[in-house]
Design a protein around this ligand. Sequence first.
Ligand code: BTN
Length: 332
Amino acid sequence: MKRTKTSYKLLELLSDGDFHSGEALGQSLGITRSAIWKATQQLDQYGITLESIPGRGYRIPHNIDLLKEQVIQKELDNTAQNSLSNLIVLDEIASTNDYLLELQAKNKDKNIACFAEYQTKGRGRRGRRWVAPFGTNIYHSLLWHFKKDPAEIVGLSLIIAIATVNALKHYGLKDGITLKWPNDIYWNGRKLGGVLLDMIAEHHGYCSVVIGVGINTYIPDKHAKQIDQPWVDIQHITNLPPRRNQIAGLLLNEIIHAILTFEEKGLEPFIKAWRNLDNMIGKNVSLHTSSGEIKGIMDDVSNKGELVLLCENNEKKRFFSGEVRLRLDKGK
Ligand code: BTN
């Protein structure tokens, strides 16, 4: 990837964590010291405030692991590498999902993976915004072409959430991770990541999907107040600077392996794993759907990936979509 903006080039020079004088930085980038200062102000807006000491220069106060295609590629196993036509790392994009949705029309038979350092219009589920500051989290999308009807890939979001948990466990997050149907990733009750699927329906047994995954690896204070729910990031959990390239590679490996299993065997091999990770089964919940709110006890997840809700008169109702919220009142 070729970095174009001065602020990103500056960041790349500083990503070794050492001090660099304004003069040396200016020389490397072929710009004046005042242009370097302007670029530092731009970085400040992205949430990266540089340490500046007279006589020594500038330094990034916290370790920053900028994403690099070659490094992520090295993390991929053969199966993952062979399944992809392309792996793209972008500095800045509106949304990685939207980017691949645009690419798909010209890439009908290519599976493409994309990571971005920064999203200006990151999207969450149900039309929400996904806070996506520069260089600190994982914003990932994967364009995948299934030889299945759209109806056959219901449940895909569950397997992507499970794959994300597996990647986090390989990274070293052993305890505390749970899932909320259909695809929210939590750590001790606080949101750690989420999945957003954009389906491109086709016909005659084909459909393409853009699979988006966001993982909080480090949310700078400046951006934390924009998040409207309890959240957590990997830096907080491990007390160490996150190794983002490694997380990116593990994530892509796990997602691709999960998709290949799903293509061959369907959802069934994943259901047991889901039940073990689900944090709502047995609890009083309300399900918010486009047609209203339904109260009940979360009974199970069916073999088709539906939410099974135990409602009034012990009637079990099944749902394919909606948002589950915990209820503190007890009535069904
Ligand atoms: C959720 O609401 O929990 C889903 C969040 C999904 C965020 C990811 S970040 C990469 C991809 N691009 C987007 O615009 N959204 C998804």
